[in-house]
Design a protein around this ligand. Structure first.
Ligand code: ATP
Ligand code: MG
Ligand code: ZN
Length: 679
């Protein structure tokens, strides 16, 4: 039986496990209940797909989204793995095919939506199949504290009891409460936990206060033109206007939100998956199902809902592990909007306060004064000092003691009885005599004009940061008038100071060094040709391009320029199935001509140590085909026979005899054994 490491190579074409994968795979293979928390794109799927392929029995995979499920099944089948999905979306024909495959006992992985468990017959039916493992993807869906609770996930407990097999659960985002909830609901409190940390070191992190946000976004996109990306917007309308603007500027873009016709949404999803360099302007409705590994950037046109959403959304970029960029734009209005959404939302006070806390965490990240990654990871109880891959590490902000300006602002709020928004308050502070000011007699307040030394923009930055530090909050019951929070009192009473960033708007240049090209200029045409071929193959399968090969593999092809199947097999991401299916096709593109046809037995050894052996054995036998003196009877081993020798590597003449027979052993035995010994 092949080991997990062998399967990793032969089925998935990967040379090594990523951090954490091997331990998890081993624990699952040993039959233990496991809960694994790994970052988005960390490679969780592989952790249950590999054990599923080891030995007999079928693995049931519970996954919340049909699109995601179909995608994984298709990828697996492209790798030659017998995977199927059981969803309400299956056509009659599809459902029949799944039934047949199950009846034949061929299926290794059966994906199911949690809704299927609600049918009373499902569990009894599964009991009759030889299920050996239940894998629960996106396990945070079982927790009421998680951000994506799905009641049907609770039925997994019942399934587990009925089948009495181990459970392996996976999630990327789980704070301590959610983790505990998963433990109790799925495992009765008992499972081996693997906490792989949350860091995604290949993601560059950056935030910018809005300042002509359309231009800021356009600059960001322009520097990354031709690369696939997502822009998250707070409103449906914005997804559409922004998408139009991008198209007008010569980019390829589509809008996506829940208000669009399902068919239009489906087309957008498919096009995004299949086409190179498409930009999706979306609300958060475009989300979890996105499994495209080569999204090179994610931008937030508006502040996300909270720190978890932020982490999930940026996490869609760079799942292939290559560098990817993120940019989050935010402004005072965004903070107001998010606070109001929480206050006006459902849920009790405790829930609302928890939500405010999560928003605060995100605002703390936005207004961070040192390495952003250290602040982000800190939220997940992880440490990091200086990541070198965020805007603040490259460009430390200028800070100043903001205690006095903040106190002036707080006092203006108090003296106007917490009844006004920032615009009017800034007018008071700067001493601007508007009609509203005179009407309210605010020009006779002691705070009138005490902040005339700061520009309007500078005051806006102060108010934004005060909101960010949660010193003040908009009051939804009073049209967003600002009021003080408990956190403001120490500053007001001179018991605590506060450090602010110098207006970041002024020094705002979002772009670091120009985005690197994927390959050198000379190699561009080759990469384009490979992409074209990939597109053609993908279209014939009606599948996204990366189902054939990811960009990463194509870039490797360009860099390594494999000359033959052996070289090709060594590329990371090329497993046996894909080597056999696509090796020749892509080699022809790279080398401009069809490559040497290999005997099928030899093809199977491509890229393996047996491949070199085979070639040596064949050479030796050619030389000896008429005996050492060249006058003997013509004798040859077939390619299939040589392949067997190369695979089995017999150590002595007896063993060799059993493979190629006495006559040939007499002729080639000594030489073959010498070659085998050196190997
Ligand atoms: N050992 C490995 N070597 C190279 N690439 C890998 C390895 N394991 C996984 N990958 C690749 O990493 C990418 C992300 O994997 P996967 O979809 O399993 O992530 P995930 O952890 O489930 O993320 P999410 O939380 O977003 O669902 C895939 O393209 C996968 O092929
Ligand atoms: Mg996943
Ligand atoms: Zn950093």
């Amino acid at each position: 039986m092949p080991s997990p490491t062998e399967l990793l190579r032969s089925v998935f074409g990967f040379d090594r496990f990523r951090a954490g994968q091997e331990d998890i795979v081993n624990a699952i293979c040993a039959g233990r209940d496991t809960l694994a928390i790994m970052p988005t794109g960390g490679g969780k799927s592989l952790c249950f797909q590999l054990p599923a392929l080891c030995g007999d029995g079928m693995t049931v995979v519970i996954s919340p989204l049909i699109a995601l499920m179909r995608e994984q099944v298709r990828n697996l089948r492209e790798l030659g793995v017998e995977a199927r999905a059981l969803t309400s979306g299956n056509s009659g024909e599809e459902a029949e095919e799944v039934e047949r495959a199950l009846a034949d006992g061929r299926v290794k992985l059966l994906y199911m939506a949690p809704e299927q468990l609600a049918k009373s017959s499902t569990i009894a039916w599964l009991k009759r199949l030889s299920v050996k493992l239940i894998a629960v993807d996106e396990a945070h869906c079982v927790s009421q504290w998680g951000h994506d609770f799905r009641p049907d996930y609770l039925r997994i407990t019942e399934l587990r009891r009925a089948l009495d097999v181990p459970v392996a659960a996976f999630t990327a985002t789980a704070d301590r409460e959610t983790r505990q909830d998963i433990m109790e609901r799925l495992f009765d409190g008992n499972a081996q936990v693997f906490l792989r940390g949350f860091d995604r070191p290949n993601l560059h992190l950056a935030f910018l206060p809005k300042d002509k946000p359309r231009d800021q976004l356009m600059r960001f996109v322009m520097a990354r033109s031709g690369q696939a990306g997502i822009i998250y917007c707070a409103t449906r309308a914005k997804t559409e206007t922004l998408s139009q603007a991008l198209n007008a500027a010569g980019h390829k873009s589509l809008a996506y939100h829940a208000g669009l016709d399902p068919e239009i949404r489906r087309v957008a999803e498919t096009r995004f998956a299949r086409e190179d360099g498409l930009i999706i302007c979306a609300t958060v409705a475009f989300g979890m199902g996105v499994d495209k590994p080569d999204i090179r950037w994610v931008a937030h046109a508006d502040l996300p809902k909270n720190i978890e959403s932020y982490y999930q959304e940026i996490g869609r970029a760079g799942r292939d592990g290559d560098p990817a960029d993120t940019l989050t734009l935010y402004a005072m209005d965004d903070i107001r909007l998010r606070r109001a959404q929480i206050d006006e939302g459902r849920g009790d006070t405790a829930r609302k306060e928890a939500d405010h806390g999560r928003l605060n965490a995100l605002l703390g990240l936005a207004e961070a004064r040192r390495c952003r990654r250290s602040v982000l990871l800190g939220y997940f109880d992880e440490q990091c000092d200086h990541c070198g891959n965020c805007d603040l590490c490259t460009n430390p902000p200028e800070v100043f003691d903001g205690t006095e300006v903040v106190r002036k602002a707080l006092s203006a709020i108090l003296r106007t009885k917490e009844r006004f928004g920032s615009g009017h308050l800034i007018d008071i502070l700067r001493g601007v005599k508007t009609s509203k000011i005179t009407a309210q007699k605010h020009d006779i307040l002691p705070t009138f004009g005490v902040g005339g030394d700061l520009s309007k923009a500078a005051w806006q930055a102060v108010f934004r940061q005060m909101l960010g530090h949660d010193l003040i909050r908009p009051d939804v019951t009073r049209f967003g008038a600002l009021r003080l929070t408990q956190a403001a009192l120490p500053v007001l009473r001179d018991e605590a100071g506060i450090e602010l960033r110098r207006d970041t708007i002024r020094s705002a240049t979002p772009d670091r060094a120009p985005v690197r090209a994927q390959v050198s200029e000379d190699d561009e045409p080759l990469l384009a040709a490979l992409k074209l071929k990939r597109r053609e193959l993908a279209d014939s399968l009606r599948a996204p391009a990366y189902v054939i090969f990811s960009d990463k593999v194509l870039i490797q092809m360009v860099a390594d320029k494999p000359a033959d199947l052996d070289d090709f097999a060594r590329l990371s991401g090329v497993g046996d199935k894909k080597l056999a299916k696509y090796g020749d096709i892509f080699l022809a593109v790279i080398n401009g001509a069809p490559t040497e046809r290999l005997h099928p037995a030899r093809r199977k050894l491509a890229g393996k140590s047996g491949g070199d052996l085979f070639d040596l054995l064949r050479e030796a036998q050619l030389e000896l085909s008429r005996g050492a003196d060249g006058s003997g009877k013509l004798l040859q081993c077939s390619s299939a026979l040589l392949a067997r020798v190369a695979r089995q590597k017999p150590r002595d003449l007896g063993a060799l005899d059993r493979i190629i027979g006495e006559q040939k052993t007499d002729r080639f035995g000594k030489t073959f054994l010498e070659i085998l010994q050196d190997a």
